[in-house]
Design a protein around this ligand. Structure first.
Ligand code: C2E
Ligand code: CA
Ligand code: CA
Ligand code: CA
Length: 277
């Protein structure tokens, strides 16, 4: 029995070790990978369900690692945050997104693209200037860019983050609160956040048609957000029935597989032209 236990322990440790090695590899390869073109952005449509028009997208980062293959963003973003590299990732994403927006504008496509920022980015006082320079360099108006910050990131240091978000808003960049309902925020903060949009987290949307508690949360969040003057996006809608349901309840925008998964830039513009015509 002792032998079996030791074996189990050894297997467990080997697993831990493998996981540890993977994380070390991810952290140490990130910077070079960015420079070597292993990353790209995908774009997921955000559809206005009241008008049936799509003029917004969320940019989502993708990493195809030469040895590890596809690494989910959840995994490497968390590690980049812990290792202090997230600033590099965010700058890369912003740069790519602005270049893409400029490219689409040249083709006559006027889109607003949202980029995800981390808590750490919001404490980087250079960031607003960096973004302004990027926009100017590529002749992209601020209204073509949005940022998404999670409720959790706001709550790490609400006073500072509110001040920084106000700077973005003053520049004309839209601000969305991401993963709403999952980050232990207090309603007192929601009231004073300088944001344009609230994104209801997928965990409430998934079962809203079947689970009364989720139904209640979704309806209340829409009413609350509208009451405070924010637009509402439902994330992760997969079923056709979800569209009519959310439209009736006044939700403004849907982002989910029901319309499209995240797409490469050229696939996205094809999708968009077919959808909006
Ligand atoms: P998020 O910001 O909440 O992004 C939405 C996630 O939900 C994306 O996963 C998207 O592909 C997925 N999704 C959208 N619609 C559906 C649906 O109908 N069903 C399901 N099952 N999933 C749906 P993804 O791309 O894997 O990204 C995961 C998370 O990684 C993001 O969550 C965000 O927190 C982070 N992330 C992704 N790209 C970036 C980035 O450029 N910078 C930062 N800081 N974080 C990023
Ligand atoms: Ca997001
Ligand atoms: Ca989200
Ligand atoms: Ca999320």
């Amino acid at each position: 029995k002792a032998c079996l236990e030791n074996k189990a322990l050894a297997t467990y440790l080997a697993g831990e070790d493998e996981q540890y090695q993977r994380e070390l590899t991810i952290i140490s390869d990130l910077t070079a990978g960015l420079a070597q073109g292993q990353f790209h952005l995908e774009f997921q449509p955000k559809v206005n369900i009241q008008t049936n028009v799509c003029r917004d997208a969320e940019a989502l980062i993708r990493w195809q690692h030469p040895d590890l293959g596809f690494i989910p963003p959840d995994e490497f973003i968390r590690l980049a945050e812990h290792s202090g590299n997230i600033g590099l990732v965010s700058e890369w994403v912003l740069q790519q997104a602005v270049v893409q927006i400029a490219d689409w504008r040249k083709q006559g496509l006027e889109l607003k693209v949202a980029v995800n920022l981390s808590a750490h980015d919001l404490l980087n006082l250079q960031l607003p200037t960096l973004i302004q320079d990027l926009l100017q360099q590529h002749q992209v108006p601020a209204r073509a860019l949005a940022i998404e910050v999670t409720e959790g990131a706001v709550m790490k240091d609400p006073q500072t983050v509110i001040a920084v978000l106000q700077v973005f808003k003053n520049l004309g960049i839209s601000v969305a609160i991401d993963d709403f309902g999952t980050g232990q925020s207090s309603l007192a903060y929601l009231k004073v956040l300088p944001v344009n949009e609230v994104k209801i987290d997928r965990c409430f949307i998934q079962d809203m048609l079947y689970n009364q508690n989720d139904t209640m949360i979704v309806e209340t969040t829409i009413a609350l957000s509208h009451g405070l003057g924010y637009s509402v996006t439902a994330e992760g809608v997969e079923e056709q029935e979800g569209i009519a349901y959310l439209r009736e309840r006044g939700c403004d925008v849907i982002q989910g597989y029901v319309y499209s998964k995240p797409l490469k830039a050229n696939e996205f513009s094809n999708w968009l032209q077919a959808f909006n015509q």
